[in-house]
Design a protein around this ligand. Structure first.
Ligand code: ADP
Ligand code: MG
Length: 275
């Protein structure tokens, strides 16, 4: 990683990187989130799990400051999130128009817009940073390619590079693993390891419970309400998972120790609201 990366600017070191306090979000009077409260430490990696419609994307939008909670508040390093440059939301790929003719380089440079403004040309440092971000996620050789022609794993890396170019201190990744093969998932996880070295706080919405158990510091289980938040050992237990997933949950092994979550009806090939 080159010296072009600045040390992360922390607003208030004593404050949690993310604090969500009593957040309720209603869409047309229907609660998508209800009284959700938790705090994250700087640089930790948290899996957000919950069934389809649990409010994962809504939670990310509230933290990113693009959606106002009906009740409660969100603080990032002690500051309000609205148009906060230090938080980056990596949307689900399915929610991005990938037919738009734009190169990988341009997409990552878009991450700089918040820093440089629309009316100024990118400086040398902006260009160096974009290059460094592409290298960090291992796609420098794809810089001139159209984003629409890339594989799912490569596209996901482009979005991570864009978030890095934004110099995000808090990164919200909405189902980055959905539709990716095992090796692409592993590559993304390794990129997340590098972000952890830089003390970027990362929240990842995922359906993969065994991955959440093995590769994340803490797990947040959501179904409108916060059903559990703690180390994988603390919260990935059959009672909480049954409450969250009900019928969709498959527990393997006599003692329920190996937990497998069936994706059927949650993501993948269906015409639902997320894919
Ligand atoms: P998840 O990401 O966990 O699948 P979402 O946050 O997308 O859950 O959605 C939570 C609930 O809020 C769902 O019932 C969904 O239908 C509803 N919802 C999400 N976005 C909107 C919206 N813009 N308008 C109305 N209802 C919405
Ligand atoms: Mg979602």
């Amino acid at each position: 990683m080159g010296s072009v990366f600045r040390k992360i600017h922390v607003h208030d070191t004593s404050a949690p990187s993310v604090a969500v306090r009593g957040v309720t979000v209603e869409y047309d009077g229907v609660k998508a989130l209800e009284d959700v409260t938790f705090e994250l430490r700087r640089g930790e990696r948290v899996a957000v799990v919950g069934p389809n419609g649990a409010g994962k994307s809504t939670l990310f939008k509230v933290i990113a400051g693009v959606l106002e909670p009906s009740k409660g508040e969100v603080m990032l390093y002690g500051g309000e999130p609205s148009r906060h440059i230090c938080v980056s939301y990596v949307p689900q790929r399915s929610q991005v128009d990938l037919t738009f003719p734009v190169t990988v380089w341009d997409v990552v440079m878009m991450g700089r817009v918040g820093r440089i403004g629309l009316l100024r040309w990118p400086s040398r440092r902006d260009r160096e940073l974009v290059q460094a971000c592409l290298e960090l996620v291992g796609i420098a050789d794809l810089a001139d390619r159209q984003i629409g022609g890339l594989s799912g794993g490569q596209q996901q890396r482009v979005f991570i590079a864009r978030a890095l170019a934004q110099e995000a201190e808090v990164m919200l990744m909405d189902e980055p693993f959905t539709g990716l093969d095992v090796s692409s998932r592993e590559e993304i996880l390794q990129i997340l390891d590098r972000l952890q070295e830089r003390e970027v706080t990362v929240l990842v919405a995922t359906h993969d419970l065994s991955q959440a158990a093995q590769r994340f510091d803490r797990v947040l289980i959501l179904k409108q309400k916060l059903l559990g938040f703690g180390s994988p050992d603390q919260v990935l237990n059959p009672e909480i998972l049954q409450e969250a997933f009900g019928e969709q949950l498959h527990l393997m092994g006599a003692d329920g120790s190996v937990i497998v979550f069936s994706n059927v009806g949650c993501c993948g090939a269906r015409g639902g609201d997320n894919e």
